[in-house]
Design a protein. Structure first.
Length: 120
């Protein structure tokens, strides 16, 4: 089982939340400072940011190995779109895996700490 921090379309109420069906929601959570979100044409990307003082808001889940394999495929790990990494979370949480955007953020709008799903 893997602790997974999600911050965008996989969150409860998000467009792709059904990928977490049958998994265990633990709590709302925040990363330690040092991460921010960028808008990537309809979905967010979390990136490391030495300037960030807030962290990113999201949710903490426990996912089983089969779900994690599906999420890795969905998030484009094999294409180099995202990397799955362990990151530090703010107290009272400790650490969790998350998907970190692996491509250029040049010309992408900075969102900051929160992803708000656009209305479809």
């Amino acid at each position: 089982m893997t602790r997974l921090f999600v911050y965008g379309t996989l969150k409860r109420g998000g467009k792709w939340h059904h990928y977490l069906a049958g998994q265990t929601f633990l709590a709302e959570a925040r990363t330690q400072p040092g991460f921010t979100l960028y808008s990537l044409d309809g979905y967010p990307g979390l990136v490391a940011s030495t300037e960030d003082q807030e962290g990113v808001l999201g949710e903490l889940w426990i996912v089983d190995p089969a779900c994690l394999r599906k999420l890795d495929e969905f998030e484009g790990l094999h294409e180099g779109l995202y990397r799955r990494e362990s990151i530090a979370l703010a107290s009272p949480q400790s650490a969790a895996d998350t998907y970190v955007y692996a491509r250029s953020i040049a010309s992408k709008p900075k969102l900051g700490a929160v992803w708000n799903e656009p209305d479809c």
